[in-house]
Design a binder for this molecule. Structure first.
Ligand code: ADP
Ligand code: MG
Length: 291
């Protein structure tokens, strides 16, 4: 590590949380990203990160859809040295995009994820008991009664949905794990996935629902039509590539949309703009469900 730290110059902090810090740094003028993790299991985190990126790099053959490379890890310190992806995040690009450019960009995001998954997907039955207990384990923070009422109605709605989709086919895949408009870098030709910490097997519909709930609550496009809690044009754009192909029941995606609305509702109450949007999305989600 002594060698590693002396090699880097111009080290600048980009972002820090309780869990990790991200730095921009240079070696002989060339840019790199350093990501340092703090949890006690940091050696495992960086080893998984490295392996996950190696596997993904091997099968992502299309130069337009890439992941950042992991060049080196210092396991004991929980540090990963990553290749620098030039460009801006999709979130930053969306802010300056026209309605048409937005659709094209979201289509490319779907295509990026389809390329990331490659042939790593398999059908499995929707696990009813797992999701029932997962929902019950969500402990909402203290809320005013009117806010708690919305939480309870949505959670009850999700329980009803689980009963209806139990055992139906879901498509589980090697997903990004934190697929979001802030974790894809775009430049003129290429989309590069960043913030990947190993291969996360989960339903593609779950990862896609989280992407859209986050997008629509933080970067909305109000001119679009809202249906089942999401903006229809954005959703169709994300799925144009065939990301959701494979015979999964559409009700499973609907369930995960509600699940992520519930989590975001719970976590974003302190942000008035996002909270208002989430309320609108939940209203649309519950419409026509007799609740
Ligand atoms: N490989 C990379 N190339 C270019 N920028 C990056 C790279 N990795 C991270 N960044 C920048 O740092 C920010 C935070 O990094 P990220 O890995 O997403 O951390 P976090 O887990 O805190 O979200 C990103 O939004 C991006 O702006
Ligand atoms: Mg990130």
């Amino acid at each position: 590590m002594a060698n590693a730290s002396t090699r880097f110059t111009d080290i600048k902090l980009i972002k820090a949380t309780w869990r990790n810090a991200v730095f921009h740094a240079r070696i002989s003028g060339e840019p790199f990203i350093l990501k340092q993790f703090y949890p006690p299991e940091k050696p495992d985190i960086v080893e998984r990160l490295k392996t996950g990126l190696e596997v993904a790099s091997l099968h992502m053959k299309d130069p337009h859809f890439q992941v950042n490379k992991c060049l080196e890890v210092f396991s004991a310190q929980g540090i990963a040295v990553l290749s620098y992806a030039p460009g801006v995040t999709v979130a930053e690009q969306l802010v300056i995009s026209s309605a048409k450019e937005r659709i094209t960009l979201l289509e490319r995001c779907g295509e990026w994820h389809l390329n990331y998954i490659g042939n790593r997907h398999k059908p499995s039955p929707f696990p009813k008991t797992f999701w029932e207990s997962n929902l019950e384990q969500i402990k909402p923070p203290a809320m005013r009664p009117d806010k708690k009422y919305i939480f309870d109605v949505l959670r009850a709605n999700l329980h009803t949905r689980i009963a209806g989709i139990s055992g139906k086919t879901q498509i589980t895949a090697a997903t990004h794990g934190d697929f979001s408009v802030e974790n894809i870098i775009v430049d003129t030709e290429t989309l590069t996935g960043i913030d990947i910490e190993g291969t996360k097997w989960m339903p593609v519909s779950r990862e896609s629902a989280r992407f859209l709930v986050y997008l629509h609550s933080s970067y909305p496009q109000p001119a679009q039509t809202m249906e089942h809690g999401l903006f229809l044009e954005d959703k169709n754009a994300l799925f144009t590539s065939g990301l959701m192909q494979g015979g999964e029941a559409p009700e499973i995606f609907r369930f995960f949309t509600g699940y992520h609305l519930l989590l975001r509702y719970m976590n974003m109450r302190a942000d008035p703009d996002i909270y208002e949007r989430i309320l609108t999305m939940i209203g649309s989600y519950l419409e026509g469900n007799g609740v």
